[in-house]
Structure formats: C-alpha cells, structure tokens
Design a protein around this ligand. Structure first.
Ligand code: DGI
Ligand code: FE
Ligand code: FE
Ligand code: FE
Length: 189
C-alpha cells in the first residue's frame, strides 16, 4: 500500500506551492467525483496527487524522456511543450515510486491531451484538473455544475474551453485532443 503522505512530500519538492495545492485539489475533487461516478476513489486520488509531478521539468528533460520511452507518443514533440509533462510523469512515477496500476498511469499520461475511449478514471482526473477549487476562469462554475450531473458533458465542456483557448492564441491543437472530443460526442449521443 503506497504511502500518500510520503508521495505528497516528494511532490512538494518538485513543484511550486501553488501547483502543490492544485494537485491536492485535483486529488480531492477527483475523489468526490469518483464516488458519484462509480470509479475507484483511491486510484483517482493517487493519479491526482501525481499528475503534475513533472510540470516544472525543463523542455530538454521532458523531450529526452519522451524520446527515451517508446511507450510515449513521439508526435508530442511536434506540439506544445505543455502537453509533455503528463506523459513523462506517467513513466517517471513508475520508475521512482513503483506505481504499477495501469488505470493510474493512463490517467496521468492523458490528463492534458485526453484521448479516445477514456476510462472513467481518466475522465475524472482530466475534469478535476479543470475544476478543482483553486481554478478560477470564466465558465468554470458552469462546468462545476455539469460535473455534478453528467461526467461526459462536463468533460466535453472542459475540452471545448481548452480548444477555444488554443484557437484564440493561434496555437496548434494536438490531434488526440480533437479525437478525444469527437469520441466524447459519439458517447453522448
Ligand atoms: O498542468 P495543468 O496546468 O494543471 O493543466 P493541463 O495539464 O490540463 O494543461 C496544460 C495546458 O496545455 C492547457 O492550459 C492548454 C495547453 N495545451 C497546449 N496544447 C494543447 C493543450 N491542451 C490540450 N488539451 N490540447 C492541446 O493540443
Ligand atoms: Fe497538467
Ligand atoms: Fe526514464
Ligand atoms: Fe494539473
């Protein structure tokens, strides 16, 4: 059984105070969502604590890890560096903390991009990342309300918000994010 207190202290050494509070917020919000959507709260909590573990690694370090680990999609290197920390964290937590739960690893790996056929745990971590209490941006309250009644609708709204942000900033959209959105719409129909 993994010691969460110890993991939190390891996280604290890797990230800023703000990011530490955000991570615990994702863990807590995620745990509550898990209870409502019949997912394992302990797996969601663990993924929430660790999802941004590599957030402050340099572009060079992140790129090296992506190139080094064949399991990570190399096309990430052609897209925004903000997409890299989740996939890298998903392999680092295995190596450093012997986390071997595939559900937890996938939730960490895809928390930024999303993907097709996301598990309930992946959806919850991705959504909790967007709506945990320290997040403040226009529209977040509406998504918090959606989160209470429909996980897919709430996640779709969150992904739409991100895509709108990327378009506004004239940034590229990682294809997996588009596929995640399309797949979610098919699931909602
Ligand atoms: O790490 P966090 O700040 O908690 O949040 P995150 O991991 O969900 O996302 C970090 C940022 O990545 C997000 O604000 C937007 C940016 N980003 C850049 N390109 C893409 C992208 N996000 C998605 N979903 N898809 C992209 O192609
Ligand atoms: Fe993140
Ligand atoms: Fe490695
Ligand atoms: Fe996050």
């Amino acid at each position: 059984k993994i010691d969460l207190t110890w993991l939190k202290s390891e996280l604290k050494q890797q990230v800023t105070e703000h990011r530490y509070i955000h991570s615990l917020g994702v863990a807590e919000t995620g745990k509550q969502l898990a209870k409502g959507y019949d997912a394992d709260p302990e797996k969601v909590e663990l993924a929430g604590i660790l999802h941004d573990f590599c957030k402050f690694w340099s572009k060079e370090e992140l790129g090296n890890e992506i190139r080094r680990h064949a399991v990570l999609a190399n096309d990430l290197l052609d897209y925004n560096v903000e997409l890299w920390h989740g996939p890298v964290a998903s392999v680092i937590v295995q190596e450093r903390f012997q986390i071997d739960d595939e559900d937890v690893i996938m939730a960490i790996r895809y928390h930024t991009s999303g993907r097709e056929q996301m598990s309930t745990i992946e959806k919850i971590v991705c959504l909790a990342d967007y709506i945990e209490p320290s997040r403040q941006f226009p529209g977040v309250e509406e998504i918090r309300k959606w989160a209470e009644k429909d996980l897919d609708q709430a996640l779709l709204a969150a992904i739409d918000g991100t895509i709108q942000f990327l378009i506004k900033k004239k940034m590229k959209i990682y294809p997996l994010t588009v596929r995640a959105r399309n797949d979610l719409i098919d699931q909602i129909e």
